[in-house]
Design a protein around this ligand. Structure first.
Ligand SMILES: *Cc1c(COP(=O)(O)O)cnc(C)c1O
Length: 369
């Protein structure tokens, strides 16, 4: 006889999910902190995007364009892509979830790299797929280790490039080698949330996705474009992949204001290059400062993104430093749940914020200086 429950019972694979932990903005006792925990753009967003959002002419009573047509056309023009091979999403988060849902289910396997983006684990478990975690190489993607885990049950491989939370980068050649080793029925999702921070912003991977039917590239307006509040992401791939995503996405998944802001943001190339350069200078400066603390066991993983993963291998633990930074007014990211209990991810902020967080860190590891 079936057991009778006195309340609805979630499916066991849903109960196995650890809900996403967002970067905090306040201390445990409620103080507002300088937020270096969510990889947001410290310069904000393009003033053109703000103006477009404010000027959105559509009535609030009207649904937005369900197909985000004007935004897809703007993206196509900007990146030289076929706009009908683009789908927009409620952040790239929605698109990552749809990619798993569209191509994997119970009995199938989804692979991601250890220290990969935490959403992949949630996306995979949500559709009852089996999660397979590939070992890393120096906190980054190890193509050979990943390929060694591929079998005839593998349906989706998630790779963030550059990777969050470690900032590592796999070259175009490495990605092409990864793709070449995958069977044609296995979907490679290349998550390029930080692609715009690279000097050479991704033409090789777009080209790979144009030529092969098992690559989906995801992008976001949340990072360099500084529009995280509006939730706008997009994906590019061959038509059959985009059809799947369109079949299962939420019908009105990008707001009218979000579509307008994103189009305007795309048009302000100057803001993007200024943000990239500002980030590069801040990141190089902070990496240099961390290198100066190597005698205290601090070591930054080389980063291609807008944050640094700092490992603590000396007397002061990452947890102690995390709490000390919070006392000093800075919130960074400590990720023990992802196996990174010995590291802190620090978003590159404004010049003042960078200086402040490094000074506070120095006080923590060199209390007597
Ligand atoms: C921030 C981030 C995203 C983007 O999330 P949105 O839903 O677009 O805000 C996707 N992937 C990675 C690796 C990220 O760090």
């Amino acid at each position: 006889m079936a057991t009778r429950m006195n309340q609805p019972e979630a499916k066991p694979w849903i109960n196995a999910i650890h809900a996403y932990t967002p970067g905090k903005a306040k201390s445990d006792d409620g103080r507002v902190l300088i937020k270096l925990s969510a990889n947001e753009n410290p310069l904000g967003c393009s003033p053109d995007a703000t103006a477009a959002l404010v000027a959105t002419q559509t009535s609030l009573a009207r649904y937005p364009d369900p197909a985000s047509t004007a935004l897809r056309e703007a993206l196509g023009g900007h990146y030289g892509l076929e706009s009908d091979q683009i789908v927009c999403g409620t952040g790239s988060d929605e698109l990552l979830n749809l990619a798993a849902m569209g191509y994997a289910g119970a009995g199938d396997e989804i692979i991601y790299v250890r220290y990969g983006f935490s959403v992949y684990d949630i996306a995979a478990r949500k559709c009852a797929a089996t999660v397979v975690v590939a070992p890393d190489k120096d906190y980054g993607t190890d193509v050979d280790a990943l390929l060694a885990l591929v079998n005839d049950k593998t349906r989706v491989v998630f790779v963030a490039n550059p990777n969050n939370p470690t900032g590592t980068y796999a070259t175009d050649d490495e990605i092409a080698r990864l793709h070449a080793g995958l069977p044609a029925q296995c979907l490679l999702v290349l998550d390029q949330a930080y692609g715009e921070y690279l000097d050479n912003d991704g033409p090789a991977s777009f080209d790979l996705a144009r030529r092969h039917g098992n690559i989906l590239i995801t992008r976001t307006f949340s990072k360099i474009y500084g529009l995280a509040a509006e939730r706008i992401g997009w994906a590019y791939g061959q038509p059959h992949l985009i059809e799947t995503m369109n079949r299962i996405r939420a019908p009105f998944n990008v707001t009218a204001a979000g579509q307008a802001a994103a189009i305007a943001a795309l048009g302000d190339a100057e803001f993007v290059s200024k943000s990239r350069e500002y980030n590069r200078i801040g990141r190089e400066w902070m990496a240099g400062e961390i290198a100066g603390l190597s005698n205290h066991g601090l070591k930054a993983v080389p980063s291609w993104a807008n944050f640094l993963m700092v490992m603590f291998e000396g007397a002061v633990s990452a947890e102690t430093a995390y709490k000390g930074l919070m006392d000093a007014g800075y919130i960074v990211r400590w990720l023990p749940g992802q196996g990174l209990g010995n590291g802190l991810r620090i978003t590159i902020g404004t010049e003042d914020e960078n200086r402040g967080v490094v000074d506070a860190l120095r006080m923590i590891v060199e209390p007597h200086s």
